[in-house]
Design a protein around this ligand. Structure first.
Ligand code: IPE
Ligand code: IPE
Ligand code: MG
Length: 251
């Protein structure tokens, strides 16, 4: 069994020793199992997961990561029981309201992407306030995927490009990967270099299907509420051992 399955940790010094990925994306999974092991309601797992969010943001800033994308709520998650969805929305609002000031103070700029029109109004307003209050941050860009689904994102791009073709502004021959990517919700950021998924699941769950084409994947068995900055540093150290080939031959 490789180290990362056991939740290898590393120090900040080790994390900063060599090349640090520019963009780290995280599928924050395992809150429900964390709660079940403690005979607690699932919502308590989500609450405990907020500590891991703070740890990861602070750790990424310390290590010198430039972009951190966190998968907080998927399109498919809307189909969970209403009580759980409500608890998640309430927590989201609470997180944004309680952390906004500290995030701004630490130079963290937060942007949210996904179908925000589906969010309840208080959560939507809180998000807009957070984006505004942290807009001046220059240390770390945090992107929260909320009500996000990659297939819908890709279909949306296809729809937009098709509209332009119909209007005569674009010809189908002009559509290539670059032009396509320029319409994605993530168009202003580089693609993730490293994808971390907690709780041992080895799947993408409709997260950034286009953007992760060449990301290095790191799966850890650690459940999200137990994830600390030292686990993040461990993943950064592991990343450095990878040889990224992008389809080319070894040099
Ligand atoms: C991740 O934890 C949080 C969200 C998907 C919102 P889960 O709620 O998926 O926890 P598990 O996977 O059931 O343990
Ligand atoms: C992925 O986790 C979504 C988020 C972490 C927000 P899920 O728990 O929803 O994914 P599946 O159901 O295990 O694929
Ligand atoms: Mg899950």
């Amino acid at each position: 069994m490789s180290g990362e399955r056991n939740g290898a940790t590393a120090s900040l010094e080790a994390a900063r020793e060599g090349e640090v990925p520019t963009h780290v994306a995280v599928i924050m999974d395992g809150n429900g199992r964390w709660a079940r092991r403690r005979a607690l309601p699932r919502s308590e797992g989500h609450r405990a997961g907020m500590t891991a969010v703070r740890e990861t943001i602070e750790g990424a800033a310390e290590a010198g990561v430039s972009h951190l994308t966190l998968y907080a709520f998927s399109h498919e998650n809307w189909s969970r029981p209403p009580t759980e969805v409500e608890a998640l929305m309430a927590l989201l609002e609470e997180y944004v309201r309680s952390q906004g000031e500290a995030l701004a103070r630490h130079g963290i700029r937060v942007t949210v992407f996904g179908d925000r029109m589906r969010l309840p109004e208080p959560a939507r307003l809180a998000i807009t306030e957070l984006e505004t209050s942290t807009a001046g941050g220059a240390k770390l860009d945090v992107h929260l995927a909320i009500s996000y689904g990659a297939r819908a994102e890709i279909a949306g791009v296809a729809r937009e490009l098709a509209r332009r073709c119909v209007r005569g502004e674009l010809s189908p021959e002009e559509i290539d990967a670059e032009r396509f990517a320029a319409e994605l919700l993530t168009r202003d950021w580089p693609d993730p270099d490293l994808l971390i998924r907690t709780s041992g699941e080895q799947r993408l769950s409709n997260f950034l299907l286009w953007q992760l084409a060449y990301a290095e994947i790191f799966v850890t068995a650690v459940l999200w509420p137990d994830f600390t900055r030292e686990h993040l540093f461990g993943a950064l150290v592991d990343y450095r051992r990878r040889e990224r080939r992008f389809g080319l031959v070894e040099t």
